[in-house]
Design a binder for this molecule. Structure first.
Ligand SMILES: [Zn+2]
Length: 195
């Protein structure tokens, strides 16, 4: 069976299971005998240099690609003849990565990307938003709100840092649903209670 070219985006906040979903998708192709390449941004060294590791500790081998030079990915794929490409933490890559992904789709590849949809202030990551528009399938995943237990929508930062890209884990981000986020950010501002 010929593998159909397709772009799938797994998105959502921190701790929503995006990397786990990416590995599951890759593993299903491996079971079918397809060659799978896992890719992660070179700057993401939170857990491991050569492996893609989820928050719950599952690992697969991954190549690190410089976020400012996504062309490296074309080079690697040409060498490895990969049919399926699973890219994690897509929000960290330069917008040029979109052209690379378009090119890979034209070559007939199957692409899965996982990444944050929104930053800690609830503003979209541009690359994720654009890829969601181009995708064949978008999966929105949800963590559990730290405050009330509903589906989380955003991952605010526990500290006052303002830069959009900042690596962090449980100690620096927490999942919140939309209502709890609005209550925390704007309570009193609009003069009504977000019940
Ligand atoms: Zn909540």
């Amino acid at each position: 069976m010929k593998l159909e070219r397709r772009l799938v985006i797994n998105t959502g906040g921190m701790f929503s299971g995006k990397s786990t979903e990416l590995q599951r998708q890759g593993e299903r192709h491996e079971l079918r005998g397809h060659s799978v390449l896992y890719v992660k941004p070179a700057m993401d060294t939170r857990y491991s240099e050569n492996e893609l590791v989820t928050h719950d500790g599952q690992k697969v081998k991954a190549v690190s690609v410089d976020t400012k030079k996504p062309d490296e990915l074309l080079f690697i794929i040409r060498i490895m003849q990969t049919e399926v490409i699973c890219i994690d933490e897509i929000q960290f890559f330069d917008l040029h990565m979109i052209e690379i992904i378009d090119g890979l789709l034209k070559l007939g590849k199957r692409i899965y990307c996982s990444g944050l949809d929104l930053d800690f202030e609830g503003k979209p990551f541009e690359i994720t938003a654009l890829l969601m528009a181009k995708a064949d399938e978008v999966k929105k995943l949800h963590a559990v709100c730290d405050n009330c237990g509903n589906d989380a929508w955003v991952s605010p930062r526990k500290t006052d840092d303002k830069e959009q890209v900042k690596l962090g884990e449980k100690e620096s981000y927490y999942p919140l649903c939309r209502t709890c986020f609005y209550n925390e950010q704007y309570n009193g501002f609009w003069g009504f209670d977000n019940e």
